[in-house]
Design a protein around this ligand. Structure first.
Ligand SMILES: [Zn+2]
Length: 154
C-alpha cells in the first residue's frame, strides 16, 4: 500500500510537478495582474498601469476610438500591426451575443416581457453599452496577444 501511494505520488508528480506557468506569473482572476482588470479598466495589458484610450470616458463619442499609439508607462505598442483591431470585431460580436442572451433571459424569460418590449430592451442595452463594448472588445483583443508583466514599468 505504501508502494502504491508512492507510485501514485510519483505519477502525480510526474504529471503535475513541473508546473511551469504559461506566463512567468500565475494568472489571477481578479485585481491587478488579471486580464479582467486590464479589460474592465481599459489599462495596458502588459503593465496594467497605462491608459489605452486618450479619453477615459467611452461616452465622449468624438474621442471614443482614439487610442494612444503605445503605453506611456511601459512602451507596449497598442497597434502591433496595421489593421490589428480588425479581429476585435469578432470579440465584439461575442460580447454582443452574450449580452443579447443575458438581456433576453432577464426581460423575456425572467420578467416575462412581451416580444416588442423585450426587443426594445435589447436595442436600448446595445445602444447604451455600445461605446463601452467597442472599447472592451479592443482591450480584450490586445489582451489575447499581450501578457501581464509586473516588471514592465519604466
Ligand atoms: Zn503598459
Amino acid at each position: 500500500m505504501g508502494d502504491k501511494s508512492t507510485t501514485l505520488t510519483g505519477l502525480v508528480r510526474g504529471k503535475f510537478a513541473p508546473i511551469t506557468p504559461y506566463t512567468p506569473y500565475p494568472m489571477k482572476l481578479i485585481g491587478k495582474g488579471s486580464k479582467p482588470y486590464s479589460i474592465l479598466t481599459a489599462k495596458c495589458p502588459r503593465c496594467h498601469e497605462g491608459e489605452m484610450f486618450v479619453d477615459s470616458n467611452p461616452y465622449n463619442l468624438r474621442n471614443m476610438d482614439k487610442m494612444h499609439a503605445s503605453c506611456g508607462v511601459c512602451g507596449q505598442e497598442y497597434e502591433p500591426e496595421p489593421n490589428f483591431y480588425y479581429g476585435a470585431m469578432y470579440v465584439s460580436y461575442g460580447y454582443t451575443v452574450a449580452l443579447f442572451v443575458a438581456v433576453y433571459v432577464i426581460f423575456g424569460v425572467w420578467l416575462d416581457w412581451a416580444m416588442w418590449p423585450t426587443v426594445g430592451a435589447l436595442a436600448a442595452t446595445l445602444v447604451g453599452l455600445g461605446p463601452w463594448l467597442f472599447r472592451i472588445a479592443r482591450v480584450t483583443y490586445l489582451n489575447i496577444f499581450v501578457a501581464y508583466d509586473p516588471e514592465a514599468k519604466g
